[in-house]
Design a protein around this ligand. Structure first.
Ligand code: NAD
Length: 260
C-alpha cells in the first residue's frame, strides 16, 4: 500500500536512517535522502542502494539544524516527487560531557540537530499531508527519550523533547488521516555509538569489543545490538494501514533497556 508514495528520511547516509530508507524503498517508496557533509562517492552509493529497489532516489544536503535549508529540502522534495507523504526525522548527533563543562556551542548544536530540526520539517509536512488526507511522521527518539544517563544533558533533553513534540503533532493531526509516532531505540552499532565505545575503551585501556560488551551489559538486557533493519521494519509497520490508529506513541525497540 506504500507503493508510489514519497518520503524524506533525514540523516539517511549512515546508520539507522540508511536502514530506514532501504526498508521504505523495498515497499516502493521514493526517497529523498539527506545527510551532512557527505562525499560525492557516499551520495552516489546511498542513491544507488535505493534505486536498486526500483524506486526513485534523490539527495539533499540540508543541514537540518537550519530552517532555511529544511525549507529548501521540502521544496526540492515536492519538485522531485510531487509531495512528502512520509517524514522520518532521524538525523542526530551526540556529545558526552558532565553538565558543568558541557560547551554551550555543543548544547545548541545537539538541541538544533536532534530536536528543532523535527519542528522545522513537521511544520512544513503537516499541511501537505493534511491536504492529501494521509501522512506519516516518525520521529527517531531514543531510550534516552524516556530515561536518562549521566553526561548526556543535551541529548537526553532533546530526545525527551522530541517525544513531547510527537504527542503534540499527533493531537493536531488526529482527524486528518495523519499519524505521528516516536521510535525509541536502545544501542544500535552505528558510527554514532562506535565513537562512544572507542572513547570509553581508550579511557579504560581495554579492547573495543570488550567495551561494546560493557555498553550492552550496562543497559541492554538482551546483550545484543538493535539493527537498522529492525528499526526499518518498525517504520514500515507504523506506515501501514494496520497502524492507522497508532498515533502519539513512543515505541521502544531497545532489548529491554527501559523495562529495568
Ligand atoms: P549516524 O552517526 O550513523 O548517522 C547520523 C546521520 O545524521 C548521518 O547521515 C549524518 O550525516 C546525519 N546528520 C548529522 N548531523 C546532521 C545535520 N546537521 N544535518 C543533516 N544530517 C545530519 O547515527 P545513527 O546512530 O544512525 O543515529 C540516527 C538517529 O538515531 C539519531 O537521531 C540518534 O540519536 C538516534 N539513535 C541512535 C541510537 C544508536 O544506538 N545508534 C540509539 C537511539 C537513537
Amino acid at each position: 500500500m506504500l507503493k508510489g508514495k514519497s518520503a524524506i528520511v533525514t540523516g539517511s547516509t549512515s546508520g539507522i536512517g540508511r536502514g530506514i530508507a532501504h526498508a521504505l524503498a523495498k515497499e516502493g517508496v521514493n526517497i529523498m535522502t539527506n545527510g551532512f557533509g557527505d562525499t560525492p562517492e557516499t551520495i552516489a552509493q546511498v542513491k544507488s542502494e535505493i534505486t536498486a529497489f526500483g524506486v526513485q532516489a534523490d539527495y539533499n544536503p540540508a543541514d537540518v539544524s537550519k530552517p532555511d535549508q529544511i525549507d529548501a529540502m521540502m521544496d526540492a522534495t515536492i519538485k522531485a516527487f510531487g509531495s512528502c507523504d512520509i517524514l522520518v526525522n532521524n538525523a542526530g548527533i551526540q556529545f558526552v560531557s558532565p553538565i558543568e563543562s558541557f560547551p554551550l556551542e555543543r548544547w545548541d548544536a545537539v538541541i538544533a540537530t536532534n530536536l528543532s530540526s523535527a519542528f522545522y520539517t513537521s511544520r512544513r509536512a503537516v499541511p501537505l499531508m493534511r491536504s492529501k488526507g494521509w501522512g506519516r511522521i516518525i520521529n527517531i527518539a531514543s531510550a534516552h527519550g524516556l530515561v536518562a544517563s549521566a553526561n548526556k544533558a543535551a541529548y537526553v533533553a532533546a530526545k525527551h523533547g522530541i517525544v513531547g513534540l510527537t504527542k503534540v503533532t499527533a493531537l493536531e493531526t488526529a482527524k486528518d488521516g495523519v499519524t505521528c509516532n516516536a521510535i525509541c531505540p536502545g544501542w544500535v552499532l552505528t558510527p554514532l555509538v562506535q565513537k562512544q565505545i572507542d572513547a570509553a575503551a581508550a579511557k579504560a585501556g581495554i579492547s573495543k569489543d570488550e567495551e561494546a560488551k560493557n555498553f550492552l551489559a550496562e543497559k541492554q538486557p538482551t546483550m545484543q545490538f538493535v539493527t537498522p533493519e529492525e528499526i526499518g521494519g518498525l517504520v514500515v509497520f507504523l506506515c501501514s494501514d494496520s497502524a492507522k490508529q497508532i498515533t502519539g506513541s513512543a515505541y521502544s525497540i531497545d532489548g529491554g533497556w527501559v523495562a529495568e
